[in-house]
Design a protein around this ligand. Structure first.
Ligand code: FMN
Ligand code: SF4
Ligand code: SF4
Length: 219
């Protein structure tokens, strides 16, 4: 299949991209020399340099990011902070409006300029790669777990295995917090603070879509 337009949309993690996205780009093979690569990245409000990291990874493949935008959305990294309910609906509506605007730009193959990664961006992202990922040994599953298996089906890294109906974590975790946000019993606590925090995921996304997205992802 010859792809001339490629979209890489993601959440933003620690001023860069989730490890799974970086790995995905590393695996890509481009047969076509002039691919129009676009990206829309969602963040909680402190974006750092995700588009620049993406552009860098693409340059290693002799490609570049042609169009990139960052959207500020509802902050839901439950391991780091509690949900801020202020202006939630406005943020979600603005997101939808911007998404439509960006899709029109992308249809017209419009371009944006991409900046540079600065030393403090590298430093903060390094923290993620070296001090957060794969650190799931303290993840706790409470007694409210019913063994429904949702967490195992949703985990993008297949890091959760149900053993006798109880989830266990395999040490290969991007800390995306999806298992914590989607567990119907709120039974997964990545740290002690999660217990008293509010679960949130985008209300426009259904669980079935999350399963479908995972099936269509190359691991
Ligand atoms: C591990 C992790 C790291 C994150 N790092 C940042 C960050 O550095 N800056 C920021 O603005 N948001 C950060 N976020 C927030 C997410 O980007 C935000 O929750 C997400 O875009 C919401 O998207 P969703 O609606 O698809 O769930 C982080 C989230 C997670 C899970
Ligand atoms: S999603 Fe929650 S309730 Fe279901 S198996 Fe996982 S931890 Fe248990
Ligand atoms: S936070 Fe949960 S869903 Fe995300 S990679 Fe780790 S185990 Fe999987």
């Amino acid at each position: 299949m010859i792809v001339k337009k490629l979209g890489l949309c993601s959440q933003l993690f620690f001023w860069g991209l989730p490890r799974i996205v970086e790995n995905f780009i590393r695996e890509l093979e481009f047969a076509h020399t002039t691919v129009y690569v676009f990206s829309v990245v969602t963040c909680a409000g402190l974006p750092g340099a995700p588009l620049e990291f993406l552009d860098n990874s693409l340059k290693r493949k002799s490609q570049k990011l042609s169009y990139g935008k960052v959207i500020h959305t509802v902050a839901n990294n439950i391991m780091e902070y509690d949900l801020n309910k202020k202006n939630m609906n406005e943020k979600l509506l603005k997101m939808k409006r911007l998404s439509l605007e960006f899709s029109k730009d992308i249809k017209k193959s419009e371009k944006t300029s991409i900046g540079r990664i600065l030393p403090h961006h590298y430093a903060f992202h390094w923290l993620y790669l070296n001090h957060r990922v794969d650190k799931d040994e303290n993840f706790l599953v409470t007694k409210t777990c019913t063994g429904c298996g949702t967490c195992s089906k949703i985990c993008p890294l297949n890091n959760i295995v149900l053993e006798n109906g109880t989830p266990s974590f395999r040490g290969h975790c991007d800390v995306c917090v999806a298992c914590m946000q989607w567990c119907p019993q709120k039974a997964i606590h990545g740290n002690k603070r999660v217990k008293n925090r509010t679960q949130f995921h985008n209300p426009d996304i259904r669980l079935s879509e999350m399963f479908y997205r995972k099936k269509s992802t190359i691991n």
